[in-house]
Design a protein around this ligand. Structure first.
Ligand SMILES: [Mg+2]
Length: 165
């Protein structure tokens, strides 16, 4: 398994069930925001996401938001959905994941990183020795660096999702 391969590939965050997390042996989740929980720059999460967050929390999993976006974006969003957060986390480097782990009350046995980008979320998780769940990006994105990263993802995604189309 390479550094760019996620543990699991799904379409939407709401497809992640407590049963799947238990099967994976997970007790803590580090959650991306943009294109994972909400459209970039938008304050309202995708349909069903708030309910999903509440279900996962009520099922006993520790959840912290870990995003590369700025505090001004991530802090108010996290508060609105009832989660603690680390902004400017510098994924794929482990610095933000380590900060996020410190926010968890109990030391997690196994952490899963959930996000929509292979070169930040999945690569970061693999470098940190964590599991990962890759999602499909949900909204249109602007900017050169994201355009390049998405181009680099195409071949990998084709393989991962070929059995699901
Ligand atoms: Mg994202």
């Amino acid at each position: 398994m390479g550094l760019l391969t996620p543990t699991v590939a799904l379409r939407k965050v709401t497809e992640i069930t407590p049963e799947l997390l238990k099967e994976m042996g997970i007790d803590a989740i580090l959650l991306d925001v943009d294109n994972t929980l909400a459209p970039p720059t938008e304050k309202t999460p995708y349909e069903g996401v708030q309910q999903w967050i509440d279900t996962i929390k009520n099922s006993g999993f520790a959840v912290v938001i870990c995003s590369n976006n700025f505090h001004s974006r991530i802090t108010p969003f996290s508060e609105s959905v009832g989660l603690d957060c680390v902004a400017m986390s510098m994924k794929p480097f482990p610095i933000g994941f380590n900060r996020a782990k410190k926010k968890l009350h109990e030391k997690p046995k196994a952490v899963v990183v959930v996000g929509d980008q292979i070169y930040t979320d999945v690569l970061g998780a693999n470098l940190a020795g964590m599991q990962s769940i890759l999602l499909e990006p949900r909204s249109e994105e602007k900017g050169l660096t994201i355009w390049i990263r998405r181009k680099l993802e195409v071949g990998i995604r084709k393989k991962l999702y070929s059995d699901k189309t």
